[in-house]
Write a protein that binds this ligand. Structure first.
Ligand SMILES: Cc1cc2nc3c(=O)[nH]c(=O)nc-3n(C[C@H](O)[C@H](O)[C@H](O)COP(=O)(O)OP(=O)(O)OC[C@H]3O[C@@H](n4cnc5c(N)ncnc54)[C@H](O)[C@@H]3O)c2cc1C
Length: 481
């Protein structure tokens, strides 16, 4: 048996975004914990996405952990920098546990020793339990565009914004029309000489009920009981919104009407309005919130090209529709690698990698525990995402499940039948829904199989209850002591 490495932790957490930091705070109360993070700073999504206009679209008091509330939010939809400040305050609670500039390179379950043997960019170590908190929107996706290497100017992705590039006075191409594009367009068009936005499909956009919190509201946020109550109201309001997007035909139609009325009220040009009208069912992709995107794309120096980018030849960027535009700067707001997570090939147990186990799409019992991978906890992974409510509710439920199971001091292992049953239930619930049949191509769905693998196909409160049930189930029957 290979010796246990000199560096051993009870729990090794990979990633220092919301999930990793939250897990570190909750698990370090009872365990020796270490967090490794490949980047030079904590924050994950909110460290990496610094594009102009970046903000959350869930009210900030709800987009935070119940065990780490902040009275400091300045507005409903906090800007990225405020969220990053919140994450720094969370990280401060576990600062000695965090090892920055340390990437996970490989992890193998040693069944004989009953521990994980982990290779990092700073050496080898072992851990009883491994918590993967590597995110699902962490790897920017740039499409392979023929001729891209011939583009003479700056090229960057929205999640790696190059603040050194002067956009004022430049001709800018923005590729994409999802959440990031809609947030960054208003700032980009402000000073640019011209902007062309390449849009493969139009998003549904609702009005954005944002405001700066008043002094009275901020005083209320400083009262923990009142803040809890406010969070509760925000949570149930978001749940209510979900009912509009699934099942209830009249409410789905009303939501679509509201989005199209918003479009009609902000875009008077009929031809542009037609280009901005989605041709798929509402909810199939994330429904966006914005009051300043439609006015931005209506400006005279902005062109909406209803096409994917097909090729680049020098400074000319050409859409699949054959129309070319000469530009100085190319910005990709093209989302992330989601279905095939980069951490999956690195993690192995019983001679098989997580990527192999997930070749038909990501899957895990209780969206957290993978059959055949003992003492492995995947946070914010398979079917743990939401389109309508706070991701932090989901992550917190997963952390709580992990905490309860680790408290048994045994090896936590789920059998294949549990994972199969959970996956079958997800497949059953997602069959015929707007995500799989709504006529759009979205990152919620694994293109290899057409399965919904990123999104939880239900209300957030159902997820919390299901994970509570899973913990009870495993604690009575399924955990090997
Ligand atoms: C622009 C944007 C806006 C968003 N807005 C919202 C919103 O309004 N509401 C909402 O609910 N959700 C939103 N999300 C989703 C958001 O990603 C989650 O809410 C949340 O931040 C995810 O946290 P995480 O810790 O799971 O992942 P991340 O924040 O991605 O953190 C993962 C961390 O793991 C690290 N890591 C990855 N691989 C390795 C490795 N091999 N070794 C070591 N470290 C590694 C990464 O560097 C990163 O720091 C948004 C996402 C984006 C991109």
């Amino acid at each position: 048996m290979a010796p246990v490495s000199s560096r051993h932790d009870e729990v090794l957490i990979v990633g220092a975004g919301f999930a990793g930091l939250g897990a570190a705070v909750r698990l370090s109360a009872d365990h020796d914990v270490a967090v490794i993070e490949r980047a030079h700073d904590v924050g994950g999504t909110w460290r990496d996405n610094t594009y102009p206009g970046v903000a959350c679209d869930i009210p900030a008091p709800l987009y935070s952990f119940s065990f780490h509330q902040s009275p400091a939010w300045t507005r409903v939809f906090a800007a990225g920098a405020e969220i990053q400040a919140y994450l720094r305050s969370l990280a401060a609670r576990v600062a000695p546990l965090i090892e920055l500039d340390t990437a996970l390179l490989g992890a193998d379950w040693d069944a004989t020793a009953g521990l994980w043997r982990v290779e990092t960019s700073r050496g080898e170590r072992t851990a009883d339990a491994l918590v993967l908190a590597c995110g699902r929107l962490a790897e920017p996706a740039i499409p392979r565009v023929p001729g891209l290497e011939t583009f003479p100017g700056p090229i960057f992705h929205s999640a790696r914004w190059d603040h050194g590039v002067e956009l004022a006075g430049s001709r800018v191409a923005v590729v994409g029309s999802g959440a990031s594009a809609v947030q960054l367009m208003p700032s980009v068009v402000e000073g640019a000489a011209s902007v062309v936005q390449f849009q493969r499909s139009a998003p549904y956009i609702m009005p954005r009920p944002d405001h700066v919190f008043s002094d009275a509201e901020r005083r209320l946020h400083a009262d923990p009981a009142a803040l809890d109550e406010l969070r509760d109201r925000m949570f149930w309001a978001a749940e209510e919104g979900f009912a509009e997007r699934i099942g209830d035909e009249a409410r789905v139609a009303a939501a679509r009407d509201r989005a199209l009325a918003h479009l009609a009220s902000q875009v008077t040009d009929a031809a542009l309005r037609a280009l901005l009208t989605p041709d798929y069912a509402i909810g199939c992709k994330r429904v966006l919130l914005s009051d300043d995107y439609y006015p931005a794309v209506s400006r005279p120096h902005v062109t909406l090209e209803p096409s994917a980018v097909a090729s680049v030849d020098g400074a000319v960027v050409t859409g699949a529709n054959g129309v070319g535009h000469e530009v100085d700067v190319l910005v990709f707001a093209t989302g992330f690698r989601t279905a095939e997570q980069p951490y999956a090939p690195l993690v192995r147990a019983g001679g098989r990698s997580l990527a192999e186990h997930w070749s038909g799409g990501m899957r895990a019992y209780a969206s957290t525990l993978v059959a055949g991978f003992p003492n492995l906890f995947v946070l914010d992974g398979p079917n743990a995402g939401l389109g309508h409510n706070s991701a932090i509710t989901m992550i917190e439920a997963q952390i709580e499940l992990t905490r309860r199971l680790l408290a048994t001091a045994g090896v936590v292992e789920v059998d294949a039948s549990r994972e199969d049953a959970w996956t079958a239930e997800i497949d059953h619930r997602s069959a015929g829904t707007v995500w799989t049949t709504g006529g759009c191509e979205s990152w919620y769905v694994d293109r290899r199989t057409g399965r919904l693998t990123l999104l939880w196909p239900g209300f957030a409160h159902e997820f919390v209850a299901a994970l509570d049930d899973a913990a009870c189930d495993l604690l009575t029957t399924g955990v090997t002591p």
